[in-house]
Design a protein around this ligand. Sequence first.
Ligand SMILES: [Zn+2]
Length: 265
Amino acid sequence: MPLPALVDSHCHLNFPSFDDDRAAVLERARDAGVSGIIVPAVDLRSCQEALKLAETYSSVYAAIGIHPNSSREYDSSSIATLRDLASHPRNVAIGEIGLDYYRQSSPKRVQQAALEKQLELAAELGLPVIIHNRDAAEDLMAILEDWAPTVPKGLSRRLGALHSFSASCDIAERALDLGFYLGFTGPITFKNSHALRDIARSAPPDRILVETDSPFLAPQQRRGKRNEPAYLGYICDKLAALHSVDRAQMARQTSSNAVELFALG
Ligand SMILES: [Zn+2]
């Protein structure tokens, strides 16, 4: 039985691995009850691609931003370009932005500067942010803790999401205290992800999001395959079990969280 109105709050539907069957992927998503999909950009080119998809498909929304792995692309003209792109009516967030000290495709200070400028832009535009973090939780939280008090009042309850949350329990608590949502992906279904499941279990139901991060991070049941939004139900089911509610209730809860955070309408 399909789930009611799930929202995949993070899906790279613009990536080349979907070039051959994107329409079919969206059809399978719809059949699986996924009625909303947020496509975050990772660089300026994918900003255009995400907006194009959002113009083409009514279930798709875009997020505009430069990913830390692309922060080499970031320069003094980027913010003006991003500001223009972000004004598109189908754009719902600034993202995905953040820090990635695992790949470190650009120096830490370059990543930090790009993140700080894009956070300022989000505050200026009154948009929530979608945050990527890999091996950079302490520096990331320091930046977010400096930024959060500067946002306009209307944004302070919908700051954004820590996407594909994978950091410690302490970081989860600090992010929740600031007002962030936590996004959970395929790894909560992996056999050994006990610590991550503990965090998901203790996170307040009104602050959790389900996401696939397609084409990456396929859930256990599809491990090794290309991920796609139709598999979102596996993540929803796992969260429902962790919170001792049925799948329909978790679907409703996470969808209403996404609608609220990203002002989907
Ligand atoms: Zn992503």
